[in-house]
Design a protein around this ligand. Structure first.
Ligand code: DQA
Length: 160
């Protein structure tokens, strides 16, 4: 990366952005869970590739997954102390968790709601998200690529 003249260290000296990649319930089963809907990559595959993608963009990924709503609230609250932003696939909690909505609001970090599938093309109960309104943005329907689009959007938001 070439520094911008007169803009000392805009690229080279900038501290890497720290991003929490957070996945909710049943996403630990990626690879074998409904592969026609969610693809055949495991969560570990996606984390490894997203980590490499992040390094190219001067960002560091810390990945976490929890099947429990409280566990996700705890991880979001902890992120407030160290992260610059969150790429978050909340799984089924997307559609009804006011606790996660309140946590996203409380931590005052940019959060990108991310889904592998196009939730709007699926069952009606998946059309509603109680989280979207308090997120920076939403990416859905691109399979594993949704995570990369979400990360790119988040990093461009942080460093326009
Ligand atoms: C999902 C969509 C949700 O409706 C579902 O409950 C999931 C995965 C997705 O990534 O497409 O667990 O968040």
């Amino acid at each position: 990366m070439v520094p911008v003249p007169g803009d000392r260290g805009r690229y080279c000296d900038r501290v890497a952005r720290r991003i929490l990649l957070l996945n909710g319930p049943n996403l630990n089963l990626l690879g074998t869970r409904e592969p026609d809907v969610y693809g055949t990559d495991t969560l570990e595959d996606i984390v490894a590739d997203l980590t490499a993608f992040a390094v190219e963009r001067n960002a560091e990924i810390t990945a976490a997954q929890s099947n429990s709503e409280g566990g996700l609230v705890d991880l979001l609250q902890e992120a407030r102390r160290w992260a610059d932003g969150v790429v978050f696939n909340p799984g089924a909690y997307t559609h009804y968790s006011i606790a996660l909505r309140d946590a996203i609001t409380a931590i005052e970090l940019p959060v990108v709601e991310t889904h592998l599938s196009n939730v709007h093309a699926r069952e009606e109960f998946r059309h509603r998200s109680v989280l979207s309104a308090v997120c920076l943005g939403v990416v859905a329907g691109f399979g594993r690529t949704s995570y990369f689009v979400a990360l790119e959007g988040l990093l461009r938001h942080l460093d326009p």
